[in-house]
Design a protein around this ligand. Structure first.
Ligand SMILES: NC(=O)c1ccc[n+]([C@@H]2O[C@H](COP(=O)([O-])OP(=O)(O)OC[C@H]3O[C@@H](n4cnc5c(N)ncnc54)[C@H](O)[C@@H]3O)[C@@H](O)[C@H]2O)c1
Ligand SMILES: O=C(O)C(=O)C[C@]1(C(=O)O)C=C[C@@H](O)C=C1
Length: 366
């Protein structure tokens, strides 16, 4: 791929543009919001002027409801040889493309499974898609050259391609992304009017389960309405679980000892089901065929402390595969979990001792 046009230079479009520019692709930027497109240009994501000739690939990183019309418009103008999008739902944009008179041959649907709860170009990162799944939904009409451009895009962004049909994709993300987002919003909504004394008594758990509730309501309302049935199916399953858990907990206040025991067993089984489901969530640790160890290190809440820790580890030639940070609100320190491969643990442990860092027993992750 030599040239690309990115339409929609928000979080996803600018992240794709940065990744492509970094790989030497000439990238042109377009957005109906001039501030967004100028910001993306200032970040080094690409050029503001219209492409002087047909580009190899146009990527439509606009909200799902806009994909059909934007694609038809770009195809009418003949802006690219091939087209893809990044929308979080696939069946409805496919239908809208047909309805808007778009050419299905030069289009392949796309959806990178990476993002953030922040919108706009300032939240963009060139490495956002590294190691992340990226679904392509070719239709029977999609031509081979277009599919290859989609695959090359994913490869240039460091993603992992997955081919699916649109309905299977939408059912999958209803379970793995859309319903969890709505539930995170509902959990966070319960905090809106809660007593602030109660909210103060919160730890990392609440932040973990509500982070995505910070997402853009307009975008998420578009996503959820475009995948409404599949999301409602998942919510019905949650509702059955919720009903069961309410009865299980209410049973604890009765005098019926056998009923209480049965309820406790059901509660524990739900928690075990949760453990088993959680263990199936893929992440960098489980998707790579290497054994990782997490080394938890106490880090003082001081300017430069993290940088000192990271540079000490990298100076020893050890790659930090991933890092999790847990802040202590009431203590002047946090807990930083360094993920390193099993062969490097002894080196890291010695290095931490030599430099006076307090570390805990490492936790094997796979
Ligand atoms: N946010 C995520 O985590 C995430 C992850 C994967 C995929 N996606 C999908 O990527 C797409 C973009 O999401 P985002 O998070 O980057 O949103 P964003 O709000 O950060 O960016 C969207 C951009 O599209 C522009 N835009 C809207 N309509 C347009 C039009 N008709 N023509 C030209 N520009 C237009 C907006 O001005 C905005 O700059 C969405 O389809 C979303 O479903 C989002
Ligand atoms: O990590 C996040 O903040 C996201 O919300 C990313 C996330 C998700 O994993 O559900 C959200 C929507 C997208 O379509 C793809 C990815």
């Amino acid at each position: 791929m030599r040239s690309a046009l990115i339409v929609g230079t928000g979080l996803i479009g600018t992240s794709i543009a940065l990744a492509l520019s970094r790989s030497g692709v000439t990238v042109y930027l377009d957005d109906r919001d001039t501030t967004a497109v100028r910001t993306a240009e200032a970040l080094g994501a690409g050029y503001l002027e219209p492409p002087p000739a047909r580009v190899d690939l146009a990527v439509l990183a606009v909200p799902p409801a806009h994909v059909g019309a934007v694609l038809a418009d770009c195809q009418r103008k003949g802006l690219a040889r091939a087209y893809t999008d990044a929308a979080s739902v696939k069946a409805r944009p496919h239908d809208e493309i047909r309805a808007a008179g778009g050419d299905p041959g030069s289009y392949v649907g796309g959806h990178p499974l990476a993002g953030a709860e922040r919108s706009g170009p300032l939240a963009a990162r060139a490495d956002l898609f590294e190691g992340r799944p990226w679904v392509l939904t070719p239709s029977p009409q999609t031509d081979r050259a277009t599919l290859n451009q989609g695959l090359e895009l994913i490869s240039l962004c460091g993603g992992v391609p997955i081919l699916m049909d649109t309905d299977a994709h939408d059912r999958a993300v209803a379970l793995t992304s859309h319903a969890p987002h709505l539930v995170a919003s509902m959990m966070a909504a319960r905090l809106e009017e809660a007593n602030s004394e109660y909210i103060r008594v919160s730890g990392q758990g609440l932040r973990d389960v509500t982070r995505i509730a910070g997402g853009d309501p307009a975008l998420w309302s578009d996503i959820l309405t475009a995948n409404a049935d599949a999301v409602a199916d998942v919510l019905e399953a949650y509702a059955a679980d919720l009903e069961q858990m309410i009865s299980v907990l209410r049973a604890q206040r009765g005098d019926d000892e056998p009923a209480r025991e049965k309820a406790s067993a059901e509660l524990e089984e739900m928690l075990r089901r949760g453990n088993r489901g959680h263990a199936r969530v893929p992440d960098k640790r489980t998707s790579l065929p290497i054994e990782f160890i997490a080394v938890p290190v106490a880090v003082p809440d001081q300017p430069g402390a993290l940088a000192r820790l990271f540079s000490a580890v990298s100076a020893a030639g050890v790659n930090i595969e991933d890092v999790h940070i847990e802040h202590s609100l009431d203590k002047p320190r946090g807990l930083v979990e360094l993920l390193v491969d099993v062969a490097s643990v002894t080196i890291v442990r010695r290095l931490l001792d030599e430099n006076g860092w307090a570390w805990q027993e490492e936790v094997p992750l796979v």
